[in-house]
Design a protein around this ligand. Structure first.
Ligand code: HEC
Ligand code: HEC
Ligand code: HEC
Length: 402
């Protein structure tokens, strides 16, 4: 009995420490981290196709690596770095994490990796030395990519020129890879994509690309306080790098055709007409523009069937006090007076048509600026959450019946 008790206590302590240890990684959730790469695509290097029997495999891997947008994170675009040689600094509030070199260099890249080591990294998020990766590496999505496809990606990476480049050391916290253990324990579900036999082949292809290599949920799914995607709100919209990545589920897309949705990817045309900007422009230029028209149609058709719960209307932790303070200091100059055509606070008639866009779109406009309204209403130091609290404050004081 005694030993059982000890065991239980230990298990309990492990669970508690797992939760505790994952706390530092919470600010590390990728969608809130500060990414600064370029909107234009990065030029892909030419693979060495080697002997003719390998060519088909490498080409397949090249296509899938494009679908996975590996180049975007594994290239140090801030310093004109070589594609796939890593070194891109992902800034977070707890320091910088650098992406590894994934060229086949034997000293500084992955040139010595076996197939099994590569699969374990991609599907389990475990390093060859047994430590754990942080979820800024989208392995929670890549776990859905099947072995055959992953080995094709590996063949492609191994066909590239090895680049000898050591990436800078991570911030101290990120050297403690065991910190990622708690996060995994709580949020990581591994497993390859399972074909849905009652759905069409096109639907399955779209689902595979979206859930696996495309890791669309990394930006389009709301995250919890520890940076993990909330599955029940899959693709219901989230904020990434001060951009609103809108909902792309069946509800949001019901008025648009498959062609219109595919045009977002191939022609940089938002559903509402304007040009695609920010992080999505990068995704298009590094990844989706290389996909075949059939695959883009498959993605669009699948998205049109995704049903998720409506994310609850945000209890913003900061509350209306924060909102009121920021409003008074930064927004009142225009919104108390209606200067420059700003909708006046309290003027219900002016706010009702705007509220019909949905809070999320209003928030996106406020963060990025719209018309004569400057980005974040000139409060450069305001976080996205603070702006959200302020917008909520303004809406609460302008729209009485809803
Ligand atoms: C959103 C950014 C992002 C994307 C997209 C991405 N990676 Fe990574 N990757 C990372 C980060 C960050 C790490 C390091 C994580 C850590 O150190 O905990 C990493 C680590 C790796 C590693 C481990 C390397 C080592 O030396 O330990 C491999 C292999 C890898 N990625 C391959 C890929 C492939 C293949 C793709 C495309 C299918 C890809 N990555 C797409 C961010 C990304
Ligand atoms: C790095 C973050 C990121 C990733 C990854 C990402 N998106 Fe986006 N997406 C965005 C952002 C931000 C926008 C809004 C762009 C804008 O307003 O200009 C967007 C816009 C869109 C739109 C246009 C919606 C509209 O209302 O016009 C569609 C459709 C879309 N994304 C689908 C996808 C799909 C499918 C994937 C995966 C293959 C994906 N996105 C991956 C960030 C991302
Ligand atoms: C320099 C004047 C100015 C300041 C400062 C300003 N705004 Fe605005 N705001 C405007 C104007 C003008 C519009 C109308 C823009 C349009 O629809 O073309 C607007 C529109 C808005 C909207 C409606 C957006 C929509 O989608 O319809 C919100 C919400 C908003 N502002 C919030 C804020 C907040 C929050 C602040 C302070 C952090 C702020 N504004 C500061 C001028 C300003």
């Amino acid at each position: 009995m005694k030993s059982l008790y000890v065991l239980k206590k230990e298990t309990f302590i492990i669970i508690l420490s797992a939760i505790w240890l994952s706390l530092p990684t919470l600010s590390f959730a990728l969608p809130n981290s500060d990414f600064t790469h370029t909107e234009q695509g990065i030029a892909y290097p030419k693979p060495n196709y080697g002997i003719s029997t390998q060519r088909a495999l490498i080409e397949k891997g090249e296509y899938l690596a494009k679908a996975g947008d590996c180049i975007a994170c594994h290239t140090d675009t801030q310093h004109n770095g070589t594609p796939f040689a890593g070194g891109l600094g992902i800034k977070t509030s707890v320091g910088t994490l650098y992406t590894p070199n994934i060229t086949p260099d034997k000293d500084t890249g992955i040139g010595n990796w076996t197939d099994e080591q590569f699969l374990k990294a991609m599907q389990q998020g475990i390093k060859p030395n047994g430590s754990y990766y942080f979820p800024a590496f989208p392995y929670p999505y890549f776990t859905k990519i099947n072995r055959t496809d992953l080995l094709a990606i590996k063949a492609y990476l191994f066909s590239l020129k090895p680049i000898h480049q050591t990436v800078p050391a991570n911030a101290p916290l990120f050297r403690w890879h065991f910190l990622a253990l708690g996060w995994r324990f709580l949020f990581f579900h591994s497993g390859e994509y399972r074909y849905e036999p009652h759905q069409s082949a096109e639907w399955n292809r779209g689902a595979y690309l979206v859930q696996g290599p495309g890791h669309c949920g990394m930006c389009h799914t709301p995250i919890n306080f520890m940076g993990a995607a909330k599955e029940e709100y899959f693709l219901k919209g989230s904020i990434v790098d001060h951009y609103y990545a809108p909902a792309i589920t069946s509800d949001a897309l019901k008025n648009y055709t498959v062609e219109q949705i595919a045009a977002v990817f191939a022609k940089d045309k938002l559903l509402t007409g304007g040009p695609v900007k920010g992080p999505m422009a990068e995704v298009n230029n590094n990844s989706l523009k290389y996909m075949s028209p059939d695959d883009l149609r498959a993605i669009a058709s699948y998205l049109k069937t995704v049903k998720s719960k409506l994310a609850p209307r945000k209890p913003n932790k900061l509350g209306s006090d924060t909102g009121k303070k920021i409003y008074t200091s930064y927004c009142a100059t225009c919104h108390n007076t209606g200067a420059a055509g700003a909708p006046k606070i309290g003027d219900t008639a002016a706010w009702i048509p705007r509220s019909k866009q949905g809070t999320n779109i209003i928030l996106q406009h406020t963060i990025n600026g719209i018309g004569s309204m400057p980005p974040k209403g000139n409060c450069v130091s305001c976080s996205d959450q603070e702006i959200q609290a302020t917008v909520e404050y303004m809406l609460e004081h302008s729209i009485t019946t809803q």
